[in-house]
Design a binder for this molecule. Structure first.
Ligand code: CMC
Length: 429
């Protein structure tokens, strides 16, 4: 394979360098294209565009491979804790015992919110979507930690990372408690990251909360599976905002808002609503498969398809097994799980879905697990955000630490009117 590509524009031919990633992917470096030819490239939705070089996550959508810092997702989901994975993504290697202890201590020390922040929750109506609260609270954190405002203040970055990972979980639980009209439960230093989350969500002062270790394990696994997915919409948003040297809190608040959309993290909420709708309508999954195939119906099978995976999403395989385990623990089996299995089978044997390589994605079964845990549907995307946070931070840090980083500023192909004169109001026909 040549290390140059040639591009002919009019009678001019230019040589472009070809880059090869560590897993053999090819990229054509067009960074000098406009300077040398005056032309730009047009790639709607960045389907063919690598926005950066990155050493964090590798995914091969055709083969269904996902690795964080080279380690297969299956091995991490089976053996690691979410805190270890966060460290791995952000600092580039699995922590040694001393590093893990120091990082866990950092998270433990910074889990509480400033008492003044608690009052912010009172300003939101009970109907607020928790993603709106989450993003606003994360942006607000920057007003409590002004030393974090300058990204040049390298001393402050590690502590800001610890604060953010620890407090996002506390904010999420407080927004749930607020919506339930229950008192906030403070974090407990003796509990692990995931156990602390469940305790802050579900314990109440009036009784003892029995921690279910199986749920702690499944939550740990779900958060690991969501922890990074290279240059997806929210991560690219974090990088885009961070490229202006906006601080970590501001950049992540923007990422949370990007995640909210139903085509991205909001899909897990939509999956549950779809399954409930199918159930309420008599459970005929074939009818909904047919509907999803009709372009003018405006209906898509939520939790199916992926921009990158053209094979079974490796995360969905693990989540499907976990969903099975968790729902078996419930007193009554969840009828929506049964609908999900039937819907998956109907779609995977239908040529529309087979031809387009549309498989269940990470969101298809995660909602069923969250529901079994007692987490309300409108908090599902918040759970995704807690999981994705280490990935956002890792990408932000990779970008900030790279001395060649520039502010992101795409070009466009202008299609509006050419120059025309201003017409005074009285003369406009
Ligand atoms: N149901 C029915 N048809 C679909 C679906 C679906 N879920 N997804 C894609 N298609 C069809 C689409 O209509 C198109 O058909 P045609 O070639 O005839 O025009 C073809 O498949 C390719 O789809 P696309 O929209 O061009 O693909 P994309 O890469 O732009 O979109 C996607 C990817 C995830 C936005 C899309 O598959 C989708 O809308 N899925 C449902 C929402 C969802 O589950 N999102 C979660 C994604 S995973 C978690 C995350 O990353 O946040």
């Amino acid at each position: 394979m040549s290390d140059r590509a040639q591009l002919k524009i009019g009678d001019k031919t230019i040589d472009l360098p070809v880059l090869v990633g560590s897993e053999g992917e090819l990229g054509i470096d067009i960074s000098k294209l406009r300077a040398e030819t005056g032309a730009v490239t047009l790639d709607p939705a960045f389907v063919n565009t690598a926005s950066t070089r990155s050493a964090i996550t590798f995914l091969d959508g055709e083969k269904g491979i996902l690795r964080y810092r080279g380690i297969p997702i299956e091995q991490l989901a089976e053996n690691a804790t979410f805190v270890e994975v966060a460290y791995l993504l952000i600092y580039g290697h699995l922590p040694k015992q001393t590093e893990l202890s120091a990082f866990s201590e950092l998270l433990t020390r910074h889990s509480m919110l400033h008492e003044d922040m608690k009052r912010f929750f009172d300003g939101y109506p009970g109907t607020s979507h928790p993603m709106a609260i989450l993003s606003a609270m994360v942006a607000s954190l920057s007003s409590f930690y002004p030393a974090a405002l300058s990204v040049k203040n390298k001393q402050e970055i590690d502590i800001t990372i610890g604060r953010l990972i620890s407090k996002l979980r506390t904010i999420a639980c407080y927004s749930y408690k607020k919506s339930m009209g229950q008192p906030f439960v403070y974090p407990k230093n003796s509990l692990s990251y995931c156990a602390n989350f469940l305790n802050m969500m579900f314990s109440i002062p009036a009784e003892t909360y029995e921690m279910d270790e199986d749920l702690v394990k499944v939550l740990n696994q779900l958060l690991i599976l969501h922890a990074d997915h290279e240059q997806n919409c929210s991560t690219s948003t974090v990088r885009m905002v961070g490229s202006s040297q906006a601080n970590l809190f501001a950049s992540v608040a923007a990422g949370i808002l990007a995640l909210w959309g139903p085509l991205h993290g909001g899909a897990n909420e939509e999956v549950l609503e779809m399954l409930q709708g199918i159930s309420d309508d008599g459970g005929d999954v074939k009818k909904y498969v047919e509907l999803a195939k009709k372009k003018d119906s405006g209906f898509r099978l939520m939790g199916f398809g992926h921009r990158v995976y053209k094979n079974y999403d490796p995360r969905a395989k693990i989540i499907k097994r976990a969903a099975d385990k968790v729902t078996k623990k419930m007193k009554e089996p969840d009828p929506l799980l049964e609908i999900a299995y039937r819907l998956e089978e109907a779609a995977l044997t239908d040529s529309y879905f087979v031809d387009r390589k549309l498989y269940p994605n990470v969101d298809f079964y995660s909602g069923i697990i969250y529901r079994a845990m007692g987490i309300p549907t409108n908090m599902f995307t918040v759970m995704f955000a807690i999981g994705r946070l280490p990935g956002w931070i890792a990408h932000w840090k990779e970008m900030v630490d790279d001395p060649t980083t520039k502010i992101m500023r795409p070009r466009q192909i202008y299609t509006g009117p050419t120059e025309q004169p201003f017409v005074p109001l009285a003369k406009r026909g």
